[in-house]
Design a protein around this ligand. Structure first.
Ligand code: NAD
Length: 353
């Protein structure tokens, strides 16, 4: 298929880019590089052994997106702002980028009759839920502007499906963790706010300590439990989601493992994989953190045959490989040529892994 991948220079988009190219799809990445890196696109091409096209543009720039959609069969929409905490400080930025920006993308798709889309949604749409594991059809209660913006993205698609006969798949990711097995693609350090990067950062930076937010939750070891999924499994899920676009309508799937791990279990895995204890300080609960969030993964499994294959140690080991080989993220990569519209970034050799 010919695909447009928005946000393909980001943490998750670049992992998916490798899978799409390896599966033989022709891909154009469209990204404004606000948090992404052209080096990630280069490395993804090198890993896949196939090139893609790159368009430096904003999703809200409808005329530019219209040009990029020429000949495209379907869109995978990753481009967004993703930090819940930041969204509590700057809600307007999140609605502008994730909702208004997405409207620009959808307008371009409608103008070019590209009516098939896979959307990166989030478990943040659920908010605090009384029953775990959480199923897709529960009442949604997002608790941050980020979560609301992701839900509004799903709702936009729901109406495009109903009113304009689109096919849409919304994937609600739980907690993506890890890096490409080569160690060449991972979460850039400057955006690494999640658990595993914070733990590994505390191992690699002499002045850093990991703060354990809350040890008195009603969970087996007192720390929060989350559903972590390896980015390689998550990337693979998108190949199945593309197949789901063959059916009309809006399919919504949880993308998780259904297996919760506590913060302490993750820290133990970090020690097991790295051979070093994470320096740690017990802190107070963070406002808004709920004790346990875990997916009911059965719908995606039953309808599309998706099962996550990789476990916690593989998630941590791949993230550790990325941190060791790219201690400053993509900052040490050779300076890229300024990307231009429709340029194909040169395939650069992958970092040693
Ligand atoms: N990483 C997670 O933990 C997580 C969890 C659930 C859902 N998601 C969703 O997955 C998607 C990708 O997340 P990620 O972790 O790769 O984030 P990221 O910040 O690493 O990647 C986002 C990419 O989109 C680009 N971008 C942002 N706004 C844009 C715009 N207006 N126009 C063009 N490009 C733009 C950025 O430059 C970046 O390359 C997001 O939609 C996010 O909401 C992520």
């Amino acid at each position: 298929m010919r695909l447009l991948l928005t946000g393909g220079a980001g943490y998750l988009g670049a992992q998916v880019l490798v899978e799409l190219l390896q599966a033989g799809h022709d891909v154009t990445v469209l990204d404004n590089l606000s948090t992404g890196h052209v080096e990630a696109v280069r490395r993804a091409q090198a890993l896949a052994g196939r090139p893609c096209s790159f368009v430096l543009a904003d999703i809200g720039d409808t005329p530019r997106v219209v040009d990029a959609l020429d000949g495209v069969d379907a869109v995978l929409h990753f481009a967004a702002s993703k930090l819940s905490g930041e969204s509590m400080e700057r809600p307007e930025r999140y609605f502008r980028n994730n909702v208004a920006g997405m409207c620009g993308l959808l307008a371009a798709m409608e103008a070019t009759s590209v009516r098939r889309i896979v959307y990166s949604s989030s478990a943040a749409v659920y908010g605090a839920q009384p029953v775990m594991p959480v199923r897709e059809d529960v009442a949604l209660r997002p608790e941050s502007p980020y979560g609301v913006s992701k839900l509004q993205g799903e709702q936009l698609l729901e109406w495009m499906v109903r009113c304009r006969k689109w096919s849409a798949v919304s994937l609600r990711y739980f907690n993506p963790v890890g890096a490409h097995p080569s160690g060449a693609l991972g979460e850039p350090v400057e955006h690494a706010a999640s658990l595993v990067p914070r733990a590994l950062g505390a191992l690699t930076r002499p002045d850093a300590r990991f703060t354990l937010f809350g040890t008195d939750y009603p969970t087996p070891d007192g720390t929060c439990q989350r559903d972590f999924i390896h980015v390689t499994d998550l990337a693979r899920a998108h190949l199945l989601a593309l197949r789901a676009l063959d059916a009309p309508g809006h399919a919504i799937f949880n993308v998780g493992t259904g297996r919760p791990y506590s913060v302490r279990e993750v820290l133990t895995a970090c020690a097991r994989v790295t051979g070093r204890e994470v320096p740690m300080t017990a802190g107070a609960r963070r406002p808004g953190d709920v004790p346990c969030v875990v997916a009911d993964p059965r719908r995606f499994q039953a309808r599309m045959g998706f099962t996550a294959a990789l476990g916690l140690d593989e998630m941590v080991a791949s993230a550790w490989r990325w941190w060791l080989t790219n201690p400053r993220g993509y900052a040490d990569a050779p300076a890229p040529d300024a990307p231009t519209s429709d340029a194909t970034p040169d395939a650069a050799p992958a970092a040693a892994g």
